[in-house]
Design a binder for this molecule. Structure first.
Ligand code: NAP
Length: 522
């Protein structure tokens, strides 16, 4: 790890103290209980604004080879890899009106992926597609999901606007019975779950949130009928309107500059500032990324993984702020290469972290003209305490007259929502529109949340089987007593900042398991 301009011992001690103080300003005793999820008597927040009218259909009672729960990249890749293994009846069941998962739901203005498109978009080698930009807009990624689904013929058997409500192993017939909210009860020899880790939108449990009489929505359910425009901007419906945005994570950072272009006035309600590193998005030619050569995308993806995981790599092909901060991603990707002097490692790590965070704080000072505003935008924690974000548009937005930053750290977030707006620190902000960029329940989707009950051998429920000693899986994929059930995702499985890479490796493995079981007649 490099240690540019390592801070002195005195500076490090001061930083430690400052980080502790800033943490105490924000931490809440209610922890994750401070949030509400959309299905707790609050369902309208989660309604699908993109599906249009959902056509009625007869419930299904047939049998397929593999049922895949979830039509995001995990499910699509499972389908594609199963097809490559010659599996015929693959039925993907998806809550949304089409394939795409995260990229189906998140269509907010400014939506982009912050991992380089050439490593993030899966199956580029197989589809021949070459992204145009270093960081792809969401719509391009969504279309790529559709491209893979079309290429591997996943549409004919797919069920959209359908939620799987239970999975039950029928011991006599040795099949899974898949029940859905559309009355289906079909059978599947295998089930692959790919329900995502960040798919349940959450809202702050702020008093009065239901009383607001203006317009309101979550960023993952963007209401273009109200705002006008599209993901590229042109939000003409917001002209002259007072718009509040709650949340300054990766979504807030992308949305705020777009709102600032068109809204009458934007109030950004911040609790914890993100780190906002250099974006430097640009068009990339096919030649630059070596597209066309056999296996070019795989090579690039694996190179990115090696670099961000601190593995030896001859060159850094992606060369961006992720790879530049590689040595500081220990919290996300522990390398376990800590043999040797542990104390020396920790000291070098802390110094490198402080140098990086100082550079990010200097970036705020340089970009934001009002020193008071700049001070509030500075992040005071160690790198990757909050998921790093990247933008060259976010800080300049605060130099505009129509953007106001409202710091809510001392009140632990918004205090109250009223009929007309919100209250912070006793000050009322009147709003026409209140947008929640407040993220998603973390890691609790589907199986692990209990919202998708799974009954295995002897009718045992998966969460009950895990209740005493925690989740027990073989490498995250399979669990004893739950035959032919393969789970994709991050539970006891591999991690990377490039999540589609993880999902694709898992999909290849899932397809290999099914193929091996079939070949053995198991
Ligand atoms: P998020 O990271 O969970 O951020 C939620 C934001 O809402 C935080 O700033 C949080 O503040 C704030 N908040 C929550 N309750 C609040 C309250 N009561 N008052 C004031 N503020 C409140 O959500 P996100 O930005 O939608 O991101 C979700 C996930 O998607 C993340 O993993 C993110 O990295 C990922 N993402 C990725 C990309 C990409 O380009 N790859 C783009 C967008 C999102 P605190 O920090 O203080 O809790």
């Amino acid at each position: 790890m490099t240690t540019p301009q390592a801070p002195s011992g005195q500076e490090l001690a001061e930083l430690r103290q400052r980080y502790r103080q800033e943490r105490e300003r924000r931490v809440r005793p209610d922890g994750a209980r401070q949030y509400r999820v959309a299905d707790a008597g609050f369902g309208y927040w989660a309604a699908d604004p993109y599906a249009g009218e959902v056509p009625a259909r007869e419930p299904l009672r047939d049998t397929v080879d593999v049922a895949v729960v979830g039509g995001g990249f995990g499910g699509i890749l499972a389908g594609a890899r199963l097809r490559q293994r010659g599996v015929e009846r693959v039925r993907i069941v998806e809550k949304g009106g089409d394939f795409g998962g995260t990229w189906y739901w998140n269509r907010y203005p400014g939506v982009h992926c912050d991992v380089e498109s050439h490593v993030y978009l899966p199956m580029l080698d197989e589809t021949g597609y070459v992204p145009e930009w270093k960081y792809a807009p969401g719509e391009e990624i969504r279309r790529h999901a559709v491209r893979i689904a079309e290429r591997f013929d996943l549409y004919p058997d797919a069920l959209f606007s359908t939620t799987v409500t239970s999975l039950t192993w029928d011991e006599s017939a040795e099949v899974w019975i898949v029940a859905t909210d559309r009355g289906d009860e079909f059978r599947a020899t295998y089930v692959v779950t790919a329900t995502g880790t960040l798919s349940e939108p959450k809202l702050p449990g702020i008093p009065g949130i239901e009383d607001f009489e203006g317009h309101t929505f979550h960023t993952s359910r963007w209401d273009y009928a109200y705002t006008g425009g599209g993901p590229d901007g042109g939000l003409t419906g917001l002209a002259g309107k007072r718009v509040g945005v709650v949340g300054t994570g990766a979504t807030g950072v992308q949305v705020v500059p777009m709102l600032a272009e068109d809204a009458g006035h934007v109030y950004v309600f911040q609790r914890t500032p993100s780190t906002v590193d250099v974006r430097a998005n640009r068009r990339t030619g096919a030649e630059e990324v070596g597209a066309g050569r056999d296996g070019w995308a795989r090579e690039r993806r694996e190179n990115f993984l090696r670099v961000v995981s601190g593995e030896p790599a001859e060159q850094d092909l992606v060369a961006d702020a992720w790879t530049e901060s590689a040595g500081l991603l220990e919290k996300l990707l522990p390398s376990f290469r800590r043999d040797g002097d542990r104390a020396a490692f920790e000291a070098a790590y802390e110094a490198a972290d402080a140098a990086k965070m100082n550079a990010l704080r200097t970036r705020v000072e340089r970009a934001v003209t009002d020193p008071e505003v700049a001070e509030k935008l500075k992040p005071w924690y160690r790198y990757a305490c909050k998921r790093p974000t990247f933008s060259d548009l976010y800080y300049p937005a605060f130099n505009r007259d129509n953007v106001t930053l409202v710091d809510t750290a001392d009140t632990h977030g918004l205090e109250r929502v009223t009929r007309d707006g919100v209250v912070v620190g006793g000050t009322a902000y009147a709003l026409d529109c209140l947008i929640f960029a407040t993220g998603f329940s973390v890691g609790v989707s589907g199986v692990v949340s209990g919202r998708l009950p799974v009954h295995g051998r002897g009718g045992v429920q998966l969460l009950h089987a895990w209740a005493e000693r925690g989740p027990r899986t073989l490498h995250g994929f399979t669990s004893h007593g739950f035959p032919n059930l393969i789970q994709l995702g991050s539970l006891q499985n591999a991690a990377s900042v490039n999540f589609t890479h993880v999902l694709d490796e898992q999909a290849v493995h899932a397809a290999a398991l099914v193929a091996a079981a079939e070949a053995a007649g198991a």
